[in-house]
Design a protein around this ligand. Structure first.
Ligand code: FES
Length: 121
């Protein structure tokens, strides 16, 4: 199983589990305000190690059309599957934001239905 590292925490995640759910289920504080639909970008993480080369079109479109383009800087953890060891840093958390909950729990399967493309950076 892939090993996920967040700061000084490390845990195993089932292969192909959505990264946002792996983080949340490990007790990591991370927002997912749109419920995992590649809309809100609050589930964004910075990758230190293990950034996947594949990317959903929904994620790519969202990261490229943000007011301040995020493409190449962060990934949307609701659009990433645990397919290898990863070291990530969640950017937005309940503890450091003005919201009182992370948002509706994303579904277990990828939403929207993934159409895979790849990063080109
Ligand atoms: S973009 Fe909203 S939860 Fe991932």
């Amino acid at each position: 199983m892939p090993i996920i590292t967040v700061g000084d925490q490390q845990f195993e995640a089932p292969a192909e589990k959505r990264l946002v759910l792996a983080l949340e289920d490990a007790g990591i504080d991370i927002l997912h305000r749109c419920g995992g639909y590649a809309r809100c970008t609050t589930c964004r993480v910075e990758f230190q190690v293990g950034e996947p080369r594949r990317m959903t079109e929904a994620e790519k479109n969202r990261l490229q059309t943000d007011d301040q383009p995020l493409y190449g800087k962060v990934r949307l953890s609701c659009q990433v599957l645990c397919e290898q060891d990863m070291d990530v840093t969640p950017v937005y958390q309940v503890a450091t934001s003005e919201v009182d909950n992370p948002g509706k729990r994303p579904e277990d399967h990828m939403t929207p239905e993934p159409v895979w493309t790849s990063v080109d950076y």
